[in-house]
Design a protein around this ligand. Structure first.
Ligand SMILES: C[S@@+](CC[C@H](N)C(=O)[O-])C[C@H]1O[C@@H](n2cnc3c(N)ncnc32)[C@H](O)[C@@H]1O
Length: 332
């Protein structure tokens, strides 16, 4: 039988994803200041190729433990592996690919508004030999049928989405009855205010101290610093929300979820982590090697332990930097 056989309906063409646009024109950047979705596409297409390096993302035990730890903190470890999982705002695939490597998920689909990010995520999945497909998608209009996935995940994506309640309704629509969602890595309202203040202070200190003659080797070239400042300006456009844990739970319930639970984490870990990440962005990459990355990670781990096992028992949850939320689609 050929595709010209009159008795066979021609298959609709599969949707073709738009091409990445890593070098936006000045006019496009200007327009993006008034359009958060365009800003997200341009900013993340531009960042995609260097994103893993910038954020010290890897696909080894360090990041597998981190991703699985976040999942477990939100949703526990019953019901693994989930059969087919969708990630929204996957970026380079950090969360879903590491969850797959950690045995949480069997098969994955990555989606992101940025075509550049989807390309890198699929390349990362292929390099890791994981069963993953992907497409460009807006979380407010998820291009999959109702009742498709056993699990929907996202990491650091909700705060970029203009209409979070409609994205939540979409999540509930594409989940199978009984399926679960887990969103991690979202900034709380209080946490974001101290993290930003610490970040700004660290940037100012690092970029000024490295003007001193004995330290100029630690100064990034001026054009790179200027580029980072322009990126930071666009970053302010793409970061749309911070969350109160109780309100986030309410949003998930209003979308139809049950067994909803938000947890928060990282207080001293965030007070340490944000200056460290800002410092890393302000000095030449070659100055900080694997030893530094391990020092930063181990310290973050110890502080996270303190936050979880001691401070979480005595401080209000709103004070912590990260909020995670999980819930379930009711069984029909
Ligand atoms: C901060 S990055 C996080 C990427 C990745 N999840 C991680 O943790 O490394 C946020 C991602 O969300 C994507 N994004 C922003 N708005 C979106 C939307 N409306 N729908 C889907 N993805 C979106 C961005 O393109 C970007 O890749």
């Amino acid at each position: 039988m050929t595709t010209l056989d009159p008795q066979v309906d021609p298959q609709p063409n599969p949707p073709v994803d738009p091409e990445p646009n890593p070098h936006a024109t000045a006019e496009e950047v200007e327009a993006a200041y008034a359009d958060p979705k365009l800003a997200n596409v341009l900013y993340h297409d531009w960042e995609a190729a260097t994103y893993d390096e910038k954020w010290s993302i890897s696909y080894d035990q360090r990041c597998v433990d981190y991703a699985v730890g976040r999942f477990r903190a939100a949703a526990g470890d019953r019901g693994w592996p989930y059969g087919h999982a969708l990630e929204l705002g996957s970026g380079t695939g950090f969360f879903l690919l590491n969850l797959m490597q950690g045995g949480v998920i069997a098969k994955g689909s990555v989606t992101d508004l940025s075509p550049g990010m989807v390309q890198v995520a699929l390349r990362n999945a292929e390099n890791l030999g994981l069963d993953v497909d992907g497409r460009v998608a807006d979380a407010e209009r998820i291009p999959y049928d109702d009742d498709t996935f056993d699990l929907v995940v996202g990491h650091a994506v909700l705060h970029h989405i203009p209409d979070v309640p409609s994205a939540m309704r979409e999540v509930l629509r594409v989940l199978k009855p009984g399926g679960r969602f887990v969103f991690a890595g979202e900034p709380t309202r209080v946490g974001d205010s101290y993290a930003r203040a610490l970040g700004r202070l660290t940037w100012w200190l690092t970029t000024n101290v490295t003007r001193l003659p004995p330290l100029t080797g630690w100064r990034r070239p001026q054009e790179e610093l200027d580029e980072s400042s322009r990126a930071a300006a666009l970053e302010a456009v793409v970061d749309l929300h911070t969350f109160d844990p109780t309100e986030l739970e309410r949003t998930a319930r209003s979308a139809g979820a049950v067994n909803v639970r938000a947890v928060t984490e990282e207080f001293t870990a965030a007070l340490f982590g944000w200056p460290v990440r800002t410092f890393e962005a302000a000095v030449p990459r070659e100055k900080l090697g694997f030893g530094w990355a391990m020092f930063a990670y181990r310290t973050w781990q110890k502080l996270s332990w303190l936050d979880e096992n001691l401070l979480a028992k005595v401080l209000p949850r709103e004070l912590f930097y990260n909020v995670l939320v999980t819930g379930v689609k009711p069984k029909a």
